[in-house]
Write a protein that binds this ligand. Structure first.
Ligand code: MOS
Length: 738
């Protein structure tokens, strides 16, 4: 019998707290004498503030202060070039730094009052005179000014291989096409918020963030504070998707006000303000792909143009995918940036993958049609056995098994190749396919484990749970390592005083923090074994750690499991003290020789109303190779979430720029559309078996991003199959189909 926890579909350990409202989010923490801050945003996209008149607002009883660039304290922004852990190369935006306006809706003042309603009213009374300058927000118009950044935030474009131009010139089958992906904004349920609690000159800041250590460092630099002068706490996050990777302006403003007023201050963004910082960049991609008549890929040329701000060079991994997903001898990749007067783009779920794989997988589908080969067959023919960008083998790759199981579940073999050949009444039926990958990264991380004399285990690490299931899977990893029941284990996170963890992002939390949790618990194992040897007539007297297993509250000799000492008995030898261990885990050297990726194969059915052009995504089968699955239930939720968002990417999400005002005009959820229940039909998730002893000590690859990357192209390809029309501009709204 074993108390195995890894691989079990455990319910979320934080589920009860969440559904009963006991789980507290950043804006729900309070303090005696709490005050409320409301942000005033710039009405123009570029220029200077000539005059800002706060007198009318200040005259209201209960308004405590209106902070602007004119009265911000001199101690702020001494280190004006500080870059947080997710900063792209460049000069980060600094709230209230000067009278300069760099983007529309830039925060220019914070009104603080005794009540939220008063602060909001007073914010309307702040009068601003601007000196406007012409702005560049038109992406297409600025394409001729595209440039290669001095430094890429993400992977620089891989070196060219072979001779793509020559291969394209002599190819028998060729596709040249341009794909467009719009700007998109993060819309988690929880708005960005910070509650800065001021007590005896010290600050405790509750922040909505994907990394408390990053927020703490940012505040230390922005205000010249020492580490022990401020603590950042973020126990629950109501979705983030990358929007919480960088500290946002409400954090700076709340802390500024709390320090100056010596009062606690809460600042919450409105939904509209959620569109005033960071977004997935608008991206145009020119593809030229070629194949021989037998379907062998001969060339891939990808030329990317992506939006950034004028003050930071944001780039993401848009051009690495040909080298990861296809075996191809002649490849040429470029990635250029278009600097606009907008806020810097920001990582959004699978940054670069969602855009890059979308265009690549559509171009390959077009090429498969050009050659006349089934799109799935085409992928099998050009399957990559190694990562050609790095010239390294994959740590594991069970993508072919994803093809096989996904195709079988979907019924792909019944597909007719010809577009418009499958009909059901007035509905055109389309079946589309796409594949995807996402890097399985491990980062350095630390965790601490404390096992009390009563046998209760508390594990901590300064990571986050943005709804992904971190609390649950970390508890499972700890319980499994020490052979304890899940209910005896608690995992705590989101406190800057806890052991170091990287930003919660990049799909690396399980592999990084999970591996640290495992190591800390293994250190506890070692102490427990030493204690177990002190038990009278201990059968473990001569055992070393390799000789024993921890299971069901016992330390057992693996060769002779009847011989054991209970963990309780071992703990009793510790003089009433807890057993503690802290451990830092980092990637093993052997990883250097491999390229680690998770993979996906996505099969989609759409039904397109021939008269109305409406599209329903009636079925999605997502087959995933993600290494070892720690918790099939939370894992499935990750993939479902990615698939639903993929529907949004393909057909709904788009932030539109009004170039007259230089402002995203649909900055609210009534005009920025995301999928709702009526848009979501059958979604099947398959996890194929994948053993990986290299990727990290857990063999788990991370699932936060692999679920989204191949969904939009599979939908676009299905729409082509249904209608015979290639729409190369996302989102595919019905007006583009008619
Ligand atoms: Mo993710 S875009 O790394 O939160």
């Amino acid at each position: 019998m074993s108390a195995q926890q890894i691989g079990k579909p455990a319910n979320r350990v934080d589920g009860f707290e969440k559904v009963t409202g006991q789980a507290k989010y950043a804006a729900e923490f309070s303090a005696p004498d709490l005050t409320y801050g409301v942000v005033v945003n710039s009405a123009i996209a570029k220029g200077t503030i000539k005059n800002i008149d706060i007198s009318e607002a200040m005259a209201l009883e209960g308004v405590l202060q209106v902070f602007t660039h004119q009265n911000r304290p001199g101690y702020t922004w001494r280190d004006k070039d500080y870059q947080d852990k997710d900063s792209p190369p460049g000069s980060p935006f600094k709230p209230l730094y000067s009278n300069k306006i760099q983007f529309s809706m830039q925060p220019i003042a914070l009104v603080v009052a005794e009540s939220f309603e008063l602060a909001r009213y007073a914010a309307m009374l702040v009068k601003v005179e601007y000196e406007q300058e012409p702005h560049d927000t038109n992406f297409e118009a600025n394409l001729p000014k595209a440039y290669k950044p001095k430094k890429y935030k993400a992977t620089p474009p891989p070196d060219p291989r072979g001779d793509a131009a020559a291969a394209l010139a002599s190819a028998t089958a060729k596709v040249e096409a341009e794909y467009a992906h719009p700007s998109e904004h993060h819309n988690p349920m929880e708005m960005h918020a910070s509650t800065a609690v001021y007590e005896d000159g010290k600050l405790t800041v509750y922040d909505k963030i994907q990394g408390v250590k990053n927020s703490q460092q940012y505040l230390m630099k922005a205000f010249g504070l020492a580490e022990d002068e401020l603590r950042v706490i973020s126990p629950y996050v109501g979705g983030a998707f990358g929007s919480g990777l960088r500290p946002q302006y409400q954090l700076f403003l709340a802390v500024l006000a709390a320090r100056e007023l010596k009062r606690s201050v809460r600042v919450v963004m409105t939904r509209q303000q959620m569109f005033s910082f960071g977004h997935r960049p608008k991206t145009n991609q020119k593809f030229a792909v070629a194949a021989a008549s037998d379907g062998e890929l001969q060339a891939i040329k990808q030329e990317v143009f992506a939006e950034t701000s004028k003050f930071e060079d944001y780039s993401e991994d848009v051009v690495i995918w040909p080298g990861v997903l296809y075996n191809c001898a002649n490849v040429e990749l470029t990635h250029k940036l278009v600097g606009l007067d907008v806020y810097t783009p920001l990582d959004m779920r699978a940054p670069g993958g969602t855009t890059g794989i979308y265009a690549l997988e559509c171009a390959i589908d077009e090429l498969a049609y050009e050659v006349g080969i089934d799109p799935l067959e085409f992928r099998i023919k050009n399957y990559s056995e190694k990562d050609q960008n790095k010239d390294k083998p994959f740590s594991s790759k069970e993508l072919k098994e994803c093809y096989r199981q996904g195709a079988e579940k979907f019924g792909w073999s019944k597909r007719k190749m010809e577009p418009r050949s499958m009909k059901e009444g007035h509905n055109l039926i389309g079946w589309g396919f796409a594949q995807g990958a996402w890097e399985a990264t491990q980062k350095k991380a630390a965790a601490k484990a404390v096992l009390t004399p009563e046998g209760k285990l508390l594990v901590t690490s300064a990571t986050a749970d943005i709804g992904t299931g971190t609390y649950t899977v970390m508890s499972q990893i700890a319980a499994e390592t020490l052979g304890l029941p899940l209910e005896n284990v608690s995992f705590r996170l989101g406190d800057s005083s806890m052991p170091m963890a990287p930003l919660e992002g990049g799909s690396w939390t399980v592999s990084s923090v999970g591996s640290a949790v495992k190591l800390a618990c293994e250190k506890v194992q070692e102490t427990l074994l030493e204690l177990a040897k002190k038990v009278d007539n201990s059968p473990l007297q001569n055992a070393s750690i390799e000789d024993v297993i921890f299971s069901d509250g016992q330390i057992l000799l693996s060769q002779n499991p009847t011989q054991s000492v209970s963990i309780k008995a071992a703990l009793a030898q510790n003089g009433g003290e807890s057993v503690e261990a802290e451990a830092t885990q980092q990637p093993a050297d052997k990883q250097q020789n491999y390229s680690p990726y998770a993979h996906s194969a996505t099969f989609v059915e759409v039904k397109v109303d021939e008269d109305l052009g409406t599209v329903k995504v009636t079925r999605i089968v997502a087959a995933i190779a993600g290494g070892r699955i720690i918790n099939p239930k939370t894992a499935k939720s990750q993939i479902l979430g990615g698939a639903v968002w993929g529907i949004g990417v393909a057909m709904e999400e788009e932030t539109m720029m009004d170039n007259n005002l230089g402002r995203f005009m649909n900055h609210d959820l009534d005009k920025y559309h995301v999928p709702v229940n009526a848009d979501v039909h059958d979604i099947d998730v398959i996890f194929v078996d994948e053993q990986d002893d290299i990727v990290n000590p857990l063999g788990a690859k991370g699932l936060g991003e692999i679920g989204i990357v191949s969904v939009a192209p599979a939908i676009a390809n299905a729409i082509f199959h249904a209608t015979g029309k290639r729409v190369r501009e996302l989102p595919i709204t019905l007006d583009k189909l008619l």
